[in-house]
Ligand binder design. Structure first.
Ligand code: SF4
Ligand code: SF4
Length: 278
């Protein structure tokens, strides 16, 4: 049996908002009974793209995090809503019934992911339906996935071992958003933002030249990771654990090794690491 799911690869998302616009285009002014009623003109669509600023000035970056309904298998939204107002289809898509849920504003607060909005015009709570009305017409994917130019969104059948989606979801690095909610989402993520350590290496006797290609290593308690400074002498380690004490080493032949201990209670910019000649 089909069980629809989605994979969102943050590493491939460039924040173009095409998915957001496709969602708005599909649902604004259009009723799709029995799954959804028209989104008002001024409302935000149901797929949000959150901007997450990371790092410490001037070593900063922005990640874009698309957040649709996570299509949870344990549906906290169902449990806290009137009988039959929120239900799961046989293909796993969670639907807010626009008739049975009419007037039930409390449904908005039933979702720990905060992806349900209130439609004042229609007096109903609403959220992403994975474009169930289109899938039922034979579409292979929702409008947001079709509109994504970078391949950041992958849609498919989680129960089909040959689907591209289930293949990707076998990777160890696939995560769900806020696993502490224990809601068994069918939306998965690659590259969710974690802590980062950045810095710059400077050679004490060549301060007017960028220290390119200096080896920088970080010990994370297991195998460790190594990188090289770029053409500006900068380095960055991403995807680090929170509140972990890392040991970082900068090594360049002809210079004394420099070792720094750094705790990732926040993102860290170490600033300049100056290597003295031997
Ligand atoms: S993300 Fe929220 S609205 Fe969607 S299925 Fe999970 S609890 Fe329900
Ligand atoms: S369309 Fe794709 S690349 Fe653009 S914001 Fe959405 S997920 Fe990211």
């Amino acid at each position: 049996m089909t069980r629809y799911g989605m994979l969102i690869d943050i590493n491939k998302c460039n924040g173009c908002y095409n998915c957001f616009l496709a969602c708005k285009d599909e649902f604004t002014g259009n009723d799709y009974p029995p799954f959804s009623l028209a989104l008002p003109e001024a409302s935000k669509p149901w797929l949000k793209v959150k901007e997450i600023e990371r790092g410490r000035c001037p070593k900063v970056k922005v990640d874009y995090l698309p957040v649709p309904c996570q299509q949870c298998d344990t549906t906290p939204c169902t449990e806290k809503s009137p009988e039959g107002a929120v239900y799961m289809r046989d293909d796993g898509i969670v639907i807010i019934d626009p008739e049975k849920a009419r007037g039930c504003k409390e449904i908005v607060n039933s979702c720990p992911y905060r992806v349900i909005s209130w439609n004042e015009e229609k007096d109903v709570a609403q959220k992403c339906t994975f474009c169930a009305h289109l899938l039922d017409q034979g579409w292979k994917e929702p409008r947001c996935v079709e509109a994504c130019p970078s391949g950041a969104l992958v849609f498919g059948d989680l129960d089909d071992p040959d689907s591209r989606l289930s293949g990707i979801c076998k990777q160890a690095s696939v995560e769900t958003l806020s696993p502490e909610f224990n809601s068994s989402p069918k939306v998965f993520y690659l590259g969710l933002p974690k802590k980062m350590i950045a810095g710059e290496v400077v050679l004490a006797d060549k301060q007017d030249v960028c220290a390119e290609n200096v080896e920088v290593a970080i010990n994370d308690g297991s195998a460790g990771r190594t990188t090289k400074t770029d053409y500006l002498g900068d380095f960055v380690f991403e995807g680090l654990e929170s509140n972990y004490l890392y040991t970082l080493q900068a090594v360049q032949p002809g210079y004394k090794k420099k070792e720094v201990q750094v705790k990732t209670s926040t993102d860290v910019n170490l600033g300049e690491i100056v290597l003295e000649p031997e």
